[in-house]
Design a protein around this ligand. Structure first.
Ligand SMILES: [Zn+2]
Length: 281
């Protein structure tokens, strides 16, 4: 599940590789993946790509003709660069940007639910798009103080993942950040004291930044289908906490898992696992 660090390294690596490359043609084999119709895909024909940048968990591919492709990978999409063009058999392809020299930038979907999407937008109007205009400040590298959280009557796990509150964090990194800050995922924003909000902001910057640094060391093109995420807590329930060696616990939801350390985060309390309690009924 690509979140801020994963999207950041994709933007850096692919951006550097495609900057200056000319677009020959663009195709959208995934009928539902392209969520815009004006400007048309042909607007990119002949344009040089300027680079790739990140906004929250989204990617922006800018072309010199004043058009940008906004891409949301959602839970299982990938933006990858290939030296060869996709054959008809590549059923994962949703958007193909054919570049000079035979290279191809490809938006692919690896999930069973077709969620990854792209929009072609005029670059100057990108920030007005509803998916961008509502985004909160970037969670990294330098978000403002988390003071707004102090008034929010919602659990931290939901608040940090809310892209309107802070942009870039999803279901994997939220567990890591809350563990680093030693805060319960169920603690409400309006129950935080100022020092805890500061600690949470620092943990956010530190963990996301460390992940970006980690990827900067190890990640090369081509971007692999599955990225090795440097996670210490998320989905590691049953293993010892890296800080205190207490067994990590988890709460299972329908389509995700929330992992935490009871000793470091919930005052020793093991939170009710909804999946288990349902099975035991
Ligand atoms: Zn612990």
């Amino acid at each position: 599940m690509p979140e801020l660090p994963e999207v950041e390294i994709v933007a850096r690596r692919i951006g550097a590789a495609v900057a200056g490359a000319q677009v020959e043609s663009t195709l959208a084999p995934g009928i539902n993946a392209l969520k815009s119709f004006d400007p048309p895909l042909s607007a990119l024909d002949g344009a040089a790509l300027e680079g790739v940048r990140r906004r929250g968990k989204m990617l922006v591919v800018d072309a010199a003709c004043g058009v940008s492709i906004l891409v949301h990978l959602m839970s299982a999409g990938r933006l990858q660069l290939f030296d060869k063009r996709a054959g008809l058999r590549d059923r994962t392809s949703r958007l193909l940007v054919r570049l000079e020299g035979g290279r191809e930038l490809r938006l692919r979907e690896f999930g069973t639910k077709q969620r990854a999407w792209a929009k072609l937008l005029r670059t100057e109007e990108l920030d007005d798009d509803e998916t961008v205009s509502g985004l909160g400040p970037e969670a990294w590298p330098d978000p403002p103080a988390f003071d707004d959280l102090l008034h929010a009557p919602r659990p931290l796990h939901a608040l940090l993942r809310d892209q309107h509150v802070v942009a870039g964090i999803g279901r994997s990194w939220v567990d890591e950040i809350l563990w680093s800050a030693q805060l319960s995922p169920f603690k409400r924003g309006d129950d935080l004291i100022g020092l805890e909000a500061d600690r949470l902001r620092d943990a956010t910057v530190e963990r996301l930044g460390a992940a970006v640094d980690d990827y900067e060391e190890i990640m090369k093109l081509p971007i692999p289908d599955k990225m090795p995420m440097p996670l210490l807590v998320h989905r590691r329930q049953g293993e010892p906490c890296p800080r205190c060696a207490t067994t990590l616990e988890a709460v299972h939801y329908e389509d995700y898992v929330m992992s935490y350390c009871p000793a470091c985060q919930t005052g020793g309390k093991v939170l009710k696992d909804r999946r288990l309690s349902r099975l035991l009924k």
